[in-house]
Design a protein around this ligand. Structure first.
Ligand code: SAH
Ligand code: SF4
Ligand code: F3S
Length: 466
């Protein structure tokens, strides 16, 4: 059935191509598309799939919204992401007046919320196509209808049971990419909207993941990032369950692969087996993103995270013992309903004790439909802002110390890009630290030894070493 689905999409891709060719001839120029992704890396991958279709139908990528097709893949994890989309759409209205044939496509997580779709239907009638997170594989078909119609097309699925394999992709880098290993989330952290907009947790079959990675390495990829909202529970829903640690071992066997990363680990499901595999592996990078969210056991309970302060600290200790050079990064929310100064001090305490390289810090954002949105004692903005600033200062201070631990050492770096103005190359170490150093452009995509000569807080300057 999946193959049939993809085949019918090939038909629509061809039809879109034919329609656009006619338009191209009429206008005497190539048609262009602009695509922007917000949110997590899983969203980025899905945007790349849409971009691949746009290229297949003959559109050229544009740098900004002065394009014939404008596509936004949306995130709704925090309110400010939503506001940005409305801002973008507001500006598109006048652009579309100048180019009435412009097609506007909005999709992704935000569109799984009824009140958002209602608003677009009412206030943004010039948007041509709206779809959610579950029917991306039908994009060519939906876009085909949008090309033929002047009315707004809305196609939102509530959830989906299966994973459609074989979507086209377009990589930003030829040598590294993300690979989705699972979709959705079953954890229902009380503040989080992701389980509502991404649906139930579903894992891809290991064979499908391995096949994709083999094809990627044959095509020049040497670093993969395995992606899921909670990779530590990978495989639990499969007919033949497989643990994430076992999957990593199988991925490690793929020839040509040099680095394996993964995101995101939930502390409640981080197994000893995984720590063991990471410690023993030559390819799994010694970097672990382990979202803390709060250091207060009381708040963690209210958040439904299913671990407490002691368990988190114990986990960090265990990981550091098994993998002494591990880089730890985290996510922290400030101002969850009911958070007291004492709770907040617990968060600072954990940051003080864990030695994170970086922590992504967020002000709590009230998401309609989540249990936390209805909790009493929402924290006033000024208190949240004040705590946020204190946390950020500590995170930066500690991050500087943690990141500087490799100063003076020579480390392997995967060269990613060259800065157009300065001509300086940029790459990443296994520990996910950025390094800038002079060198020729031909090195992009290769692994080189770089001496880390200067630490600038969260990144290094270095020199190529023989
Ligand atoms: N699945 C991942 C997180 C995905 S969302 C995990 O559990 O670790 C990325 C981050 O956004 C979360 O870790 C959390 O710190 C933050 N976040 C999620 N919902 C939020 C909200 N309502 N307000 C503020 N930050 C939020
Ligand atoms: Fe959200 Fe929690 Fe699921 Fe992460 S694990 S996506 S924070 S519900
Ligand atoms: Fe945002 Fe959806 Fe990812 S809400 S964080 S884009 S899963």
């Amino acid at each position: 059935m999946q193959t049939k689905d993809i085949q019918s999409q090939t038909y629509y891709t061809e039809e879109c191509r034919r329609i656009l060719k006619d338009q191209e001839q009429e206008q005497g120029r190539r048609l262009t598309y602009f695509a922007q992704s917000s949110g997590c890396q899983m969203n980025n991958l899905q945007t790349e799939s849409v971009c691949a279709v746009m290229e297949q139908i003959g559109c050229e990528r544009a740098e900004d919204e002065h394009a014939d097709v404008v596509i936004y893949n949306t995130c709704t994890v925090r309110e400010n992401a939503n506001q940005k989309i409305y801002g973008h759409l507001g500006r598109l209205k006048s652009l579309k007046k100048k180019n009435p044939r412009m097609k506007i496509v909005v999709f992704g997580c935000m569109m799984q919320e009824e009140h958002v779709v209602e608003k677009i239907r009412k206030d943004y009638t010039f948007v041509n196509l709206v779809f959610g997170t579950h029917n991306l594989h039908k994009f060519p078909e939906m876009f085909y209808h949008a090309l033929l119609s002047d009315s707004q097309i809305i196609d939102i699925w509530k959830d989906s049971q299966e994973i459609v394999e074989g979507l086209p992709t377009l990589r930003k880098y030829r040598f590294k990419t993300g690979v989705n290993i699972m979709f959705g989330c079953n954890n229902f952290c009380s503040y989080c909207i992701v389980p509502y907009v991404r649906g139930r947790e579903k894992s891809r079959e290991p064979e499908a993941i391995l096949k994709e990675i083999r094809e990627l390495t044959e095509d020049g990829v040497t670093e993969v990032m395995l992606l899921g909202q909670n990779v530590n529970s990978y495989g639990k829903t499969l007919a033949r369950p497989v643990s994430f640690a076992r999957l990593l071992e199988q991925v490690e066997e793929v020839p040509g692969l040099k680095r394996i990363r993964f995101l995101t680990s939930h502390p409640k499901d981080l197994s000893d087996e995984l720590i063991e595999v990471m410690a023993g592996s030559k390819k799994v990078c010694h970097h672990l993103h382990l979202p803390l969210q709060s250091g207060s056991s009381r708040i963690l309970k209210e958040m439904n995270r299913r671990y407490d302060k002691e368990k988190y600290l114990g986990l960090v200790e265990k990981i550091r013992k098994a993998i002494p050079d591990i880089s730890l990064t985290t996510d922290i929310i400030v101002g969850f309903p009911g958070e007291t100064e004492e709770d907040f001090l617990d968060t600072l305490d954990v940051v003080n004790r864990c030695g994170f390289d970086t922590a992504f810090t967020f002000k709590y954002s009230r998401r309609t439909g989540t249990p936390a949105a209805k909790m009493p004692d929402q924290i006033p903005d000024d208190i949240v802002a004040e705590r946020f600033n204190r946390l950020l200062a500590l995170v930066q201070e500690k991050g500087r110390i943690a990141s500087a631990r490799f100063l003076g050492e020579t480390r392997e770096v995967l060269v990613e890009e060259k800065n157009r103005e300065s001509g300086i190359l940029t790459g990443r170490t296994e520990h996910n630290l950025l390094v800038h150093f002079p060198g020729p452009e031909e090195l992009i995509g290769s692994y080189v030894q770089v001496k880390l000569t200067e630490c600038k807080g969260f990144y290094y300057f270095g020199v190529l070493s023989e």
